[in-house]
Design a protein around this ligand. Structure first.
Ligand SMILES: C[S@@+](CC[C@H](N)C(=O)[O-])C[C@H]1O[C@@H](n2cnc3c(N)ncnc32)[C@H](O)[C@@H]1O
Length: 239
């Protein structure tokens, strides 16, 4: 008991974040390693195809070239697309198994992606050096008390005129629970669903929203498109 009293001391704001991390059911890198261990599982995002909205940004020439970061890149399916469209593609994911899978695909198709096995919360690079930051399905797994830290990381590394885009669960796809419920039930229930109001409330203090819409359901087997996702394209608001 004395050990606990001496180790579980809350003295800084960071200690509060760590305490909240510990309240919730674990969904750490080990959990994701296990998730990616069977590549044959019928998971839609296990296929090496890019997101419908991401393709549309390039087709409309909103995103053109430069340095890109794919946050929570998994097996790198969107990172490969970024590289194929001429960007310097960097994919970060804290799951070793997903990154190894990405590196294996990289060898097979000889498309260059710089894979980094690390948590986004430990990411370090030159500030304001990315033209494009993308997140396909990571934000809805970020614990509510870590969300601000996550957004500040994007703000730190995005160029002033760069774009940030993401897809995340809407209420058809993710858990229909509030941020408070996460702590009442000690769980993110497989990924949070966002209402339009909630997502805009979280993003708008930092970003000017250029496009906010439901992802288009795709019948093309070479495109990932699911209407249970929101897609958002944004620019950084000036400080
Ligand atoms: C739903 S999967 C999406 C994977 C990929 N973006 C795709 O669409 O195929 C979410 C990914 O986020 C990663 N992830 C979750 N939290 C992370 C963190 N703190 N840092 C880096 N990656 C994280 C997981 O390992 C997982 O690969």
């Amino acid at each position: 008991m004395l050990d606990k009293i001496n180790s579980e001391i809350i003295k800084t704001e960071n200690d509060i974040l760590i305490m909240l991390d510990n309240l919730l059911e674990k969904r750490d890198s080990e959990w994701w390693n296990n998730f990616y261990s069977d590549k044959e599982k019928p998971i839609p995002f296990f296929k090496n195809i890019a997101d419908e909205n991401l393709i549309s940004y390039f087709d409309r020439e909103l995103i053109k070239h430069g340095k890109a970061l794919d946050i929570g890149c998994g097996n790198g399916r969107n990172s490969f697309y970024l590289a194929q469209r001429g960007m310097e593609a960097n994919g970060i994911d804290f799951s070793k198994t997903s990154i190894e899978w990405g590196k294996q695909i990289e060898k097979e198709q000889s498309t260059k992606v710089n894979f980094l096995c690390q948590s986004i919360f430990e990411f370090q690079d030159k500030p304001e050096s990315f033209d494009f930051i993308y997140d396909s399905g990571c934000l809805h797994h970020i614990k509510p008390h870590r969300r601000n830290q996550y957004l500040k990381t994007i703000l730190k590394y995005l160029k002033p005129d760069g774009y940030f885009a993401m897809i995340c669960f809407n209420l058809k796809g993710g858990a229909n629970i509030s941020d408070y419920d996460v702590y009442r039930d000690n769980s993110m229930l497989g990924g949070l669903g966002f209402s339009e109001y909630k997502l805009k409330t979280i993003l708008e203090p930092y970003f000017e929203i250029i496009e906010f819409r439901e992802m288009k359901e795709s019948t093309d087997e070479n495109i990932f498109g699911k209407s249970f996702m929101w897609t958002v394209l944004m620019k950084k608001k000036p400080l």
